[in-house]
Design a protein around this ligand. Structure first.
Ligand SMILES: Nc1ncnc2c1ncn2[C@@H]1O[C@H](COP(=O)(O)OP(=O)(O)O)[C@@H](O)[C@H]1O
Ligand SMILES: N[C@@H](CC(=O)OP(=O)(O)O)C(=O)O
Length: 628
């Protein structure tokens, strides 16, 4: 007998019929011989509605009180779902997050799970119940209710599965939603998006953290860390969904597996920052101290000893970001700029590490649509571009009578340029076509079979329990140094659609594999674009860049730098755990090592430093992250 954790999202619990349907699935799994835990979210758009209610009372409601309010949505769902299961003749018991001992830190509205006490869950299961658990909530050490951030029920589901796996059960986790699985992009926005049979943990982590709302990125961290078999599937059918699993060889054959759109982003630029060691650290430490997760960090060396630092934050965090950074900008003699309405389009794929020309293909697709890129950053397996919306968004679509649409879906439909870009990139990588390749398994053979759960004996029990403490802590697995890269930088590139595409097309035709790319929009409509290439290809890349740039605008300058080293810190949850960047920049700043390029993603943070300091930087980062 195994344990199935079934999670039903708000879109699968909109009304009584939906709740009954979820209950039927749970009962069927129980009859098939498994123990069953059902994790539920608030019904339909309840959480949005509760947020709107609070906004009628206060423009800036207290975070602790918001958690007390928001947690009620899930509490309604557990009671109704337990009643529905009982109505079908099975034993069921509903339990809140605090009742099952989900202990979190004290960051209200985006708390992280510290530990889960599995005793109450196991007792209730052993008593023959289907246990219905409230997702998205827990309590802090004072007993105050906390919530895990939007979409957090996925995280509860996978965390509960992970905790019970450590307790010795054979677990599987099913995420039920209103689509058949994980698609190559949001099927509501791109009608020919294709359902994938399987996607790797890392690809899903990037997709989720870049805007694919079908999964909460932190839930994938748990699944990867604790090797929990995970499937996303449709609550209204029995169709096989999408397995989220360890990376397989065949996945690397494809440069891209999916594209994501994030529309709730804001861009912040600090101009005229002194280009000396320690400044990035001060900026990002201030942000991390306020628990603000930044994305798309682009730092340009600029000229005259001044640098520009640009990054994005979730739109709802813009006010807080301004409050944290404006005083620091003034102190540093820099200028703080912000743009509220931006969309971010990211292409993700495990094959990107080895396939040349991925950036070029993406940029060419955007150029052909006349879409201008305001910032570019790359990660190990993703490329993100930022697009400024011109504010001419579609009016909100007519709601289907009786259907409650979540705010996130409405916002995405209003991002006109973002959606156009999303479609163009989806087409450019032919993502609508089924994946064909020598190693691709036949349909139905994607199943992830994890290592069997180890049933803890008395001796191992303590170790297992210890692992549950800090279960959501960041996992930094390795640090690497690459001294085989060189950098090309273009200064004063006119900020017009097509220019980046021309540069990367010229470089790609030379057969050069471009690795990191950072483009920051500096003042006066001119951008600074830097990218790294294998050191052996520097001369060729420089020549091609100079030739193409001359044709764009003779005023652009191009420089090459062979004196660089790239450091990569790999793990999971690297971007959302704000402490990673702080530790990394702090360790380098302490030794006076200057950072000239930064890229962040969920699975990797990379920085460029002077080559002569490479070994020292490697040693200090290994020490900072305690990696032997
Ligand atoms: N890559 C993707 N694959 C599938 N669905 C996606 C993707 N990106 C975004 N979505 C959207 O996510 C929605 C499901 O998430 P959500 O509405 O939060 O469901 P739930 O309430 O079940 O958690 C889908 O209806 C779809 O519009
Ligand atoms: N109800 C919460 C938590 C959640 O996970 O919801 P859903 O599973 O419907 O995305 C929210 O709306 O954010």
């Amino acid at each position: 007998m195994g344990l199935v954790v079934q999670k039903f999202g708000g879109s699968s619990l909109k009304d009584a019929e939906n709740v009954m349907e979820a209950a039927r699935k749970a009962v069927r799994a129980k009859h098939a011989g498994d123990q069953v835990i059902v994790v539920v979210s608030a019904q339909g758009s309840t959480t949005d509605d509760l947020i709107a209610k609070a906004a009628e009372i206060s423009a800036a409601p207290d975070a602790r009180e918001m958690d007390v309010l928001l947690a009620t949505g899930e509490q309604i769902s557990i009671a109704l779902t337990a009643m529905a299961i009982q109505e079908l003749g099975e034993k069921a018991v509903s339990l809140t997050g605090p009742q099952i001992g989900v202990v979190t830190d004290r960051t209200h509205r985006k708390a992280r799970i510290r530990s889960i006490d599995t005793r109450r869950l196991k007792d209730a299961l052993d008593a023959g119940n289907i246990v219905v658990v409230a997702g998205f909530q827990g309590h802090d050490e004072l007993g105050d209710i906390s919530t895990l951030g939007r979409g957090g029920s996925d995280t509860t589901a996978v965390a509960v599965a992970a905790a019970l796996k450590l307790a010795g059960l054979e677990v599987e986790c099913e995420i039920y939603t209103d689509v058949d699985g994980v698609y190559t992009t949001d099927p509501r926005l791109v009608p020919d998006a294709r359902k994938m049979d399987a996607i790797s943990y890392d690809e899903m982590l990037e997709m989720a953290s870049m805007g694919a709302g079908v999964m909460h990125s932190r839930s994938i961290e748990f699944a990867k860390k604790f090797d929990v078999p995970l499937m996303v599937r449709n609550s209204r059918s029995d169709a096989v969904g999408t397995w989220i699993m360890p990376e397989a060889e065949w996945m690397r054959e494809f440069p891209a597996c999916g594209v994501a759109l994030a529309t709730d982003e804001a861009r912040v630029v600090l101009d005229g920052v002194p280009d000396v060691p320690g400044v990035s650290h001060r900026v990002f430490a201030a942000l991390a101290g306020a628990n603000l997760a930044v994305d798309m960090i682009a730092q340009s060396a600029g000229g005259g000893g001044k640098a520009t630092i640009g990054f994005t934050v979730p739109g709802v965090e813009l006010d807080r970001t301004r409050r944290v950074l404006q005083p620091l900008a003034t102190e540093l003699g820099a200028t703080f700029r912000e743009t509220g309405k931006v969309s971010k389009v990211s292409v993700v794929g495990a094959g990107m590490r080895t396939v040349a020309g991925v950036a070029e293909r993406m940029f060419a697709a955007l150029a052909a649509e006349g879409v201008n890129m305001k910032m570019i950053t790359t990660g190990d397996i993703k490329i993100s571009v930022l697009i400024e919306e011109d504010g001419s968004g579609d009016p909100p679509p007519e709601a289907v009578p009786g259907e409650k649409i979540k705010q996130a879906h409405l916002d995405a439909r209003k991002a006109v340029l973002g959606r156009k870009a999303l479609r163009a990139v989806h087409r450019a990588f032919a993502l609508a076509d089924a994946r064909k390749g020598a190693g691709v398994p036949a349909a139905g053979e994607f199943r992830h079979k994890p290592a069997p759960a180890v049933v803890p004996g008395e001796r191992d029990r303590e170790a297992a329990v210890a692992r549950l403490g800090g279960m959501e802590d960041v996992l930094v697995s390795s640090v690497h140094l690459n001294t085989d890269q060189s950098r090309v930088t273009i200064f004063d590139l006119p900020d017009l659609p097509g220019n980046c595409s021309r540069v990367f097309s010229a470089v790609a035709t030379g057969g050069v594999l471009v690795d990191m790319i950072v483009q920051n929009l500096t003042a006066h409509g001119r951008a600074e674009l830097s990218f790294t290439v294998p050191a052996a290809d520097l001369t060729r890349a420089l020549k091609r860049t100079q030739d193409v740039v001359r044709g764009i605008d003779p005023a652009c300058r191009v420089s090459g730098d062979a004196d660089i080293a790239v450091l990569f810190v790999l793990g999971v949850g690297m971007r959302t755990h704000t402490g990673v960047a702080r530790t990394m920049f702090g360790a380098l700043a302490e030794r006076g090592i200057n950072i000239s390029m930064i890229n962040t993603s969920e699975v990797c943070v990379s920085v460029v430093v002077e080559r002569s300091r490479g070994e020292e930087a490697l040693a200090c980062l290994r020490e900072a992250f305690r990696i032997g």
